[in-house]
Design a protein around this ligand. Structure first.
Ligand code: E4P
Length: 275
């Protein structure tokens, strides 16, 4: 499974990249806002958003970086996809344009505008990461329209199921992939038992019909969810910096290190260090 970093903070991207484990970066308007505001607040450097995005692209040449549109109708999204691609893809040839599967909210009823935009942009050769996926059928539509990646939002489905059931939780709390029961009722969101269940069902459908679109598990909140994304057959998972850093941890690894370090005798140390 490929591992993407869900962050716009350059230092985080550079660090994860330096370990040789990074396969791509995902951004959204909130992550770009946070990264740029952090720098501006720190007063360390004057930055311009376009130059900052170009820096990110140049930091990970050859690795996909997703940049999101903001349009609320089909033509706006097509125009923005072209603009993002024309402006940024020449930098390092690694831009994927993120388009939500459905841009309607509030009173708007333009439900299929985003699907149309995916179709148009993908047919022009712009690689699309279709985002905000919460059902397998949304993923199927996005794939049929030509998306290269579909991004099911694992953590946000879990949040939704818990919130509706009145369960209090912290964002990083583990949610069982097989779902949870309340009394004798198995909680679900229209047949989806958890974020990982959503990934599993999308993978199953894509495999069943030989669909080549890659499944990118997004909105990952803890290390176990990342493991379960891999077990569910996701092609890619994108996770924030703290989750990726946590992947290397285990109490017994730490204890083992203490024991081995405590048992090092001078003769063995000299052998290794040549002194
Ligand atoms: C990824 O593409 C999404 O932008 C991201 O994973 C959303 O994560 P969140 O639900 O933790 O905000």
């Amino acid at each position: 499974m490929r591992l993407f970093l869900d962050s716009g903070i350059l230092e985080e991207i550079e660090e994860i990249q330096s370990y040789g484990i990074l396969d791509g970066v995902t951004l959204n308007p909130s992550l770009v806002k946070k990264a740029v505001e952090n720098i501006r607040k720190s007063g360390k450097a004057k930055i311009n958003m376009a130059d900052y995005i170009k820096k990110i692209l140049n930091t990970v040449p050859g690795l996909p970086v997703s940049l999101e549109v903001i349009g609320l109708d089909e033509q706006q999204m097509i125009d923005e996809a072209r603009r993002l691609y024309d402006l940024f893809n020449p930098v390092a040839n690694n831009v994927y344009v993120k388009i939500p599967v459905n841009c309607a909210f509030g009173d708007k009823e333009n439900d299929f505008d985003a699907v149309g935009a995916i179709k148009a942009a993908a047919s022009e050769g712009i690689p699309i990461n279709c985002t905000l996926i919460f059902t397998p059928e949304q993923a199927l539509l996005a794939a049929k329209a030509g998306a290269s990646f579909v991004s099911p939002f694992v953590g946000r489905i879990d949040d939704h199921i818990r919130k509706r059931a009145g369960i209090t939780f912290k964002k990083e709390d583990y949610f069982p992939s097989e779902g949870i029961t309340q009394g004798s009722t198995l909680l679900d969101d229209n047949g989806i038992l958890s974020g990982i269940d959503l990934v599993r069902k999308i993978v199953k459908i894509f495999n069943r019909y030989g669909i080549g679109t890659k499944v990118l598990a997004a909105s990952i909140r803890n290390t176990r969810q990342l493991r379960e994304s891999a077990l569910a057959g996701a092609d890619i998972a994108t996770a924030p910096y703290n989750v990726i850093k946590g992947l290397v941890c285990h109490l017994k690894t730490r204890e083992g290190m203490e024991k081995f370090t405590g048992d090092v005798v001078q003769e063995y140390a000299s052998l290794l260090r040549g002194d």
